[in-house]
Design a protein around this ligand. Structure first.
Ligand code: COA
Length: 260
């Protein structure tokens, strides 16, 4: 598949998907959201891909938000559809992928950009990164999951303040808030992120997918995370990865997971 608004590189089991509209600070227009959906689907389906890294092109922005020029004249119904379709196609889609997704936040992550980073399974930021949900400064609220995922990650009070003030926090404050897991220099961001990806890749991809499902269940309405954990835990016992992982431990050797 060819892409115009993103770059899709595969390297040693890792897919690096780069949002590539630097002249618009990588703002998410509908074409970019569609391409991201397709690329993520392709990466998730590829047996050889064990981790997906999302990042932005250039040295200034991860993603500076949804493309404001596309929705400035929308009606109530169009606004609602924009949020619903975006959540289904990209934000919820990322959060529920069974392949781990890491956001390498290399600059501004604002509005839809921070929402995309928050949909990833975890985040690593470079020192120049700035994060915020400035939607109320435009007369709207976050519509791609931001009102739900920000409180989950930083707590209700901090999320309320960030959303109400429309302010930005820097990478170190984001680290202190637990919004990102690590902060690196911009030069080291991708290498550091790939090192974490390599650590993940040593483990059973089937067990990791089960863990993602169980963790997500605890954050979803009408689902019981503990029950889902029991189900996923049990399922693992029927996998070749479990056979190999336990056997390798007992034989005091490194596991070579078949990934099924
Ligand atoms: N949607 C559409 N275009 C965007 C954009 C967005 N969310 N964010 C940036 N751009 C465009 C700018 O319009 C500008 O395009 P132009 O050169 O054709 O005029 C280009 O990207 C560069 O942005 P600019 O504002 O000139 O850069 P800056 O360094 O002065 O400011 C920001 C950087 C991030 C502070 C500023 O771009 C900004 O506030 N962006 C909007 C953030 C936002 O509200 N996001 C939430 C959307 S719901």
């Amino acid at each position: 598949m060819t892409y115009e608004n993103i770059r899709f590189d595969k390297k040693e089991g890792i897919a690096i998907i780069t949002i590539d509209r630097p002249s618009k600070l990588n703002a998410l227009n509908s074409a970019t959201i569609k391409e991201l959906h397709n690329a993520l689907k392709e990466a998730d389906a590829a047996k050889s891909i064990k981790v997906i890294i999302l990042t932005g092109s250039g040295e200034k922005a991860f993603v500076a938000g949804a493309d404001i020029s596309e929705f400035a004249d929308f009606s109530v119904a169009q606004g609602e559809r924009l949020a619903a379709e975006g959540q289904a196609k990209l934000f919820d889609f990322v959060a529920h992928l069974s392949t781990p997704v890491i956001a390498a936040v290399n600059g501004f992550a604002l509005g839809g950009g921070l929402e995309l980073a928050m949909s990833a399974h975890f985040r690593i930021a470079s020192e120049n990164a700035k994060m915020g949900l400035p939607e109320v400064s435009l007369g709207v609220i976050p519509g791609y999951g931001g009102t739900q995922r920000l409180p989950q990650l930083v707590g209700k009070g901090r999320a309320m303040e960030m959303i109400m003030t429309a302010g930005m926090i820097d990478a170190h404050q984001a680290l202190q808030y637990g919004l990102v897991n690590h902060v690196t220099s911009l030069d080291e961001l991708m290498e550091f992120t790939q090192k974490i990806a390599q650590k993940i890749m040593r483990n059973s991809s089937v067990a990791i997918a089960a863990a993602i499902t169980a963790i997500n269940a605890g954050y979803e309405d009408g689902e019981n995370g503990f029950e889902e954990e029991i189900t996923q835990f049990g399922k693992c016992f029927g996998t070749a990865d479990f056979q190999e992982g336990t056997q390798a431990f007992l034989e005091k050797r490194k596991a070579n997971f078949p990934g099924k």
